[in-house]
Design a protein around this ligand. Structure first.
Ligand code: NAP
Length: 262
């Protein structure tokens, strides 16, 4: 039961592209827990989907901000808009963003181009640091904050076809630890949710994704795939005081699949 747990708190969520996005599940859960939220989307192509999501939430005054995270000026503007809407404060930042060219998610990792590598690192890993930095003055007004990002087991182990995205996730997870070490003294916690596979627009870009879902369902300790709402409820936990002693952590929400040695 999370109703009211986050009442009076403010969150900013990046990465809603579609109702299937993990960011959408997180938005629904934070909304149910009483948090006031703002949503960032990459381009106007997503605006209709974002508006549809807002229609399913309990709050109607949801600030919507267009922001391409590879552009510092757009990041600065996005936080200015949300800071204004939320009275200069923020309690939670959700980073649910990743990108790699489709050709870098199949075949051999050794074939990755310099341009593809830098693009993926910029959007999938560096953007966490850029967004967190911009959120800091708003967190300070709140007396602290909780930052969370989404990662995947392919950042810890070699998973076929995940390739470049695995390398970006490794950088992302290490960024979580360095940011946590830097910002703990400001009462800002930084954590990652390592989600099991979920069929979303991005996931479809990974070659053989259906096979990854099947393997997890057959082999994970819980013998099933995860529900997006389980990522959402973990986000509520991380945004709340229930997780006040946790920072620099990668929490696996994957039906236990990561413990297996096979
Ligand atoms: P998704 O719905 O496609 O979300 C990915 C988001 O990243 C989209 O909103 C996308 O916007 C956004 N994005 C890409 N480039 C951007 C940019 N330059 N600026 C701003 N936003 C940008 O897929 P998802 O599966 O929910 O992915 C969310 C996060 O969960 C990712 O970090 C992903 O790696 C992680 N994750 C997913 C799974 C899974 O199985 N689905 C498992 C573990 C972790 P556009 O659509 O406009 O490009």
């Amino acid at each position: 039961m999370t109703n009211g747990l986050l009442q009076g708190r403010f969150g900013f969520i990046f990465g809603v592209a579609h109702k299937s996005s993990l960011a959408s599940a997180i938005a629904r859960s934070l909304d149910q827990a009483g948090m006031r939220i703002a949503l960032a989307y990459q381009s106007d192509r997503q605006l209709r989907n974002v508006e549809q999501l807002v229609g399913t939430l309990s709050q109607d005054d949801v600030p919507l901000v267009q922001c391409d995270v590879s552009d510092d000026a757009q990041i600065e503007k996005a936080f200015a808009v949300v800071g204004e809407a939320f009275g200069g404060r923020l309690d939670a930042l959700v980073h649910s963003i990743a990108f790699a060219n489709r050709e870098d998610l199949s075949g051999g990792f050794w074939e990755t181009s310099r341009q593809g590598y830098l693009l993926s690192q910029d959007i999938s890993a560096y953007s966490l640091t850029a967004l967190t930095r911009e959120a800091l003055p708003l967190f300070d007004e709140s007396g602290g904050g909780s930052v969370m990002t989404l990662t995947y087991l392919g950042g810890e182990r070699v998973i076929r076809n995940y390739n470049l995205m695995g390398v970006s996730k490794a950088a992302l997870e290490m960024s979580v630890r360095y940011l946590a070490a830097d910002l703990g003294s400001r009462n800002v916690r930084v954590n990652a949710i390592s989600a099991g596979p979920v069929k979303t627009l991005s996931a479809r870009g990974v070659a053989g994704f259906t096979g990854i879902l099947d393997t997890m369902r057959e082999q994970a300790p819980l013998r099933r795939n995860i529900e997006p709402s389980e990522v959402g409820s973990t986000a509520v936990f991380l945004a709340s005081d229930l997780s006040s002693g946790i920072t620099g952590e990668v929490i696996h929400v994957d039906a236990g699949y990561h413990i297996l040695g096979n």
